[in-house]
Ligand binder design. Structure first.
Ligand SMILES: [Zn+2]
Ligand SMILES: [Zn+2]
Length: 223
């Protein structure tokens, strides 16, 4: 019984950690051009996601079949092995500390989270080729659940400073990016906008002051 509880707690901790990893990756790799990190190799992911994928799937175009020439929206063949390598110290640490069952729960949870990401993101954007509803549309609880995931990502495509999590929104809630309403700007977005407004006002005030100073000597000279 104690062993089962340990595994359950490890799974919860891994889901929370996976949510943070997903949010960080989405915000700082997929939405921030990293020109120097790892020799700039990650900039390609930024172009594929923020430049190509995002504007192509907004509003009316959010849910539509992908034309042949479009790049696939999945994260690519290296992402899952990379996730396993990055999280391997956690797997080894938990295995040595809490035993093999808890240790194995770590890569299994990260893998399931990863599969959920790919499954949800694919289904959010692409209808079935035959146009029929998917299996979860038939059951109200699974339909509601899918709509909750879908709405958040729809808002993310509308303005990409909200809802970085596709799967579990722990990162978004903690960092002030979570919302399920298009007209709501969560606190981190409001703080950033207020900062930008203040900075803009400061720059304009400084420029106006400099112009007055430039004009003043002329005025003095004329008197
Ligand atoms: Zn998307
Ligand atoms: Zn995005």
């Amino acid at each position: 019984m104690e062993q089962v509880l340990t595994v359950v707690l490890v799974v919860f901790a891994c889901v929370a950690f996976a949510s943070v990893l997903e949010g960080l990756f989405h915000q700082f790799i997929l939405h921030t051009p990293q020109k120097r990190l790892l020799g700039g190799v990650l900039e390609r992911s930024y172009v594929a996601h923020a430049v190509e994928h995002h504007p192509a799937y907004r509003g009316e175009e959010y849910h539509r079949p992908a034309p042949e020439e479009e790049a696939p929206i999945s994260l690519g063949p290296f992402m899952w092995p990379a996730t396993m390598i990055v999280t391997s110290p956690i797997t080894i640490g938990v295995w040595l500390w809490l035993g093999p069952a808890a240790g194995l729960a770590v890569p299994i949870t990260f893998t399931l989270y990863y599969v959920m990401y790919e499954f949800l993101h694919w289904h959010m954007h692409f209808p079935r080729p035959d146009g029929k509803p998917r299996w979860y549309h038939a059951f109200p609880p699974t339909l509601q659940l899918f709509r909750w995931f879908d709405k958040r990502h729809f808002i993310h495509h509308e303005s990409d400073d909200r809802n970085f999590n596709v799967v579990i929104p722990i990162y978004d809630i903690v960092t002030g990016r979570y919302t399920t309403r298009e007209d709501v700007h969560p606190w981190a977005v409001r703080v950033r906008k207020a900062k930008a407004m203040r900075k803009s006002a400061e720059i304009r005030a400084a420029r106006a002051a400099a112009m007055v100073e430039e004009r003043e000597p002329e005025t003095v000279g004329k008197n």
